[in-house]
Design a protein around this ligand. Structure first.
Ligand SMILES: [Zn+2]
Ligand SMILES: [Zn+2]
Length: 245
């Protein structure tokens, strides 16, 4: 199984990186995690077969994580000619957000007829669900109003566990989703500057002894953080980076 960073950037193109989108592929699994506004471009650059993707797991509805859904859907309809069903899973309110993002990007597209079935699955923190052969457990992230539609995700499949913080400031609510995972992909927006709604490297590093990930990769970095990337004692994501699991 392998985990590839299709895009590891923030919302502002820091470092010239594509918006957040990860690809988990194994013998039985083929899912995306997040699909930002530039993710279709990044997928085409990497030659990714979009029709093989069975599900898109979304952490939150910001454009750098969710804004690529309309492009993915129209590509599936008109160019990659998808026929297999697709699942999009995300926070509470997903059906209304799906309609909103589709209608904003391409008016009339939300209700267009397609040659494939689309299922929208709302994830509730702490309630594991089976999606496309994986076990997905969401945790409440802190990236806006408390209890808002912001998730961290733990994906378990083929005997491995992958956790992604999503965008979030530190909250103990993340611990059960992250603890003892094989791969932790963690936001590291700044080095040690603590801001509301985002995670900095120093805060994350202080939590690592109780999280105990077997592998850590930092993602979603600002220009300031990227400038220090070479001096960190852990792996820093790059667009196209693949981690074998
Ligand atoms: Zn973001
Ligand atoms: Zn965000």
């Amino acid at each position: 199984m392998r985990f590839q960073f299709i895009g590891c950037g923030d919302a502002f193109g820091s470092g010239g990186r594509f918006n957040t989108c990860f690809h988990l592929v194994g013998e039985t699994v083929n899912v995306l995690i997040d699909c930002g506004a530039s993710s279709l471009i990044a997928m085409k650059r990497l030659g990714i077969d979009r029709n093989a993707i069975r599900a898109i797991l979304v952490t939150h509805f910001h454009a750098d994580h969710f804004g690529g859904i309309p492009f993915f859907m129209l590509d599936a309809q008109f160019f990659s000619r998808r026929t297999e069903p697709l699942i999009v899973a995300g926070p509470r309110g997903l059906p209304a957000w799906y309609e909103r993002v589709m209608e904003t990007a391409f008016p009339g597209s939300a209700a267009a007829t397609r040659k494939f079935d689309l299922s929208l699955v709302e994830l509730e923190p702490g309630h594991p669900v089976a999606i496309a052969g994986t076990r997905v457990t969401a945790a409440q992230a802190a990236h806006g109003p408390p209890g808002g539609p912001f998730l961290a995700l733990r994906v378990e499949v083929e005997g491995r566990s992958i956790a992604y913080t999503g965008d979030t400031e530190w909250t103990d609510a993340l611990v059960p989703a992250i603890r003892d995972c094989d791969l932790l992909v963690a936001e590291s927006y700044f080095f040690d500057r603590q801001v509301k709604t985002h995670l900095d490297y120093a805060t994350l590093a202080a939590q690592l002894p109780r999280l105990r990930p077997r592998r850590l990769v930092l993602t979603h970095m600002s220009e300031e953080m990227l400038a220090r990337a070479g001096s960190l004692p852990c792996t820093v994501a790059e667009d196209g980076l693949t981690i074998a699991l």
